[in-house]
Design a protein around this ligand. Structure first.
Ligand code: SAM
Length: 245
């Protein structure tokens, strides 16, 4: 029955947008079940402490292992056939891409562990790896204050790939990154706006010409903006431009 997502964080309110946008819709349709958990419920001292100073010294604090251990004890007791997938959001992880989103969309069960401070005690990750599939994923090459925004972004990208979520499946296939190309520019009415005209081919009704124009635009854009996305430079052979590969 769909995809179950649990998010463990010390800032549950940060995940409120999941209730709104796209993910809220998928939840209403019963395609996904998202639950957000406050890590501090598994910290039992009076102040619900989740961090401590790093062994070996250095700046900042490190998330303690015990609350995380208990969180996973509570959340990984799942009877399904699939091993649950635990996603640790971290700038040292595998960069998040559409391909990773596709993989995650095929899972039954994902638990996001949102780090804060200088990160989570390494033993938490090592211990969870003995009972779940661990993925360490980075949103990109920059440092956020916590993993919440990364968990949100990953969830939004994954949820829209869950079968039945998007009304129109073909709009998924044509998107940026699905075919390894950036998307061509799009236009709507009016055909003339502030002296700017929609490319005439799009008004021509010639479907083959439109498809060719879109393909050409997608290849050009990709060559100019993201030549790193293209593994086969021969794609650019028809164009006058030479991407900086
Ligand atoms: N000292 C850590 C380092 O350089 O790897 C950075 C810790 S960061 C301030 C706190 C938390 O934010 C991390 O544990 C991680 O969960 C999250 N975070 C920061 N940048 C991220 C990124 N690019 N992708 C995913 N999570 C990130």
């Amino acid at each position: 029955t769909g995809l179950r997502i649990d998010v463990v964080t010390i800032f549950p309110d940060y995940l409120a947008p999941l209730e709104l946008s796209l993910a809220g819709k998928a939840r209403d349709k019963g395609l996904i079940d998202i639950r957000v958990h406050d890590l501090r419920q598994w910290a039992h001292d009076r102040h619900h402490t989740v961090d401590d100073t790093p062994y070996g010294g250095g700046a900042g604090m490190v998330m303690k292992p015990e609350p995380w251990g208990e969180a996973f004890d509570a959340l990984l007791d799942h009877e399904g056939d699939d091993r649950p997938t635990v996603v640790f959001t971290t700038p040292s992880g595998q960069p998040f891409t559409q391909a990773v989103a596709r993989e995650l969309a095929g899972k039954e069960r994902i638990v996001f562990a949102c780090g804060r401070y200088e990160g989570i005690d390494q033993r938490v990750i090592d211990e969870v790896a003995t009972r779940a599939e661990v993925r360490e994923i980075s949103l990109g090459d920059y440092v956020l204050n916590g993993g919440e925004v990364a968990a949100l972004a990953i969830t939004e990208a994954v949820v829209r790939l869950v079968p039945g979520f998007m009304g129109n499946a073909s709009s998924l296939v044509e998107e940026s990154h699905e075919d390894g190309l950036l998307e061509y520019p799009v236009f709507t009415k009016p055909s003339s706006w502030r002296g700017l005209e929609v490319p005439p081919v799009l008004l021509s009704g010639d479907h083959a010409a439109i498809a060719a124009w879109r393909r050409d635009q997608a290849v050009r854009r990709t060559a100019e903006r993201r030549p790193d996305l293209v593994s086969a430079p021969s794609l650019f052979d028809d164009l006058e431009i030479r991407p900086a590969l």
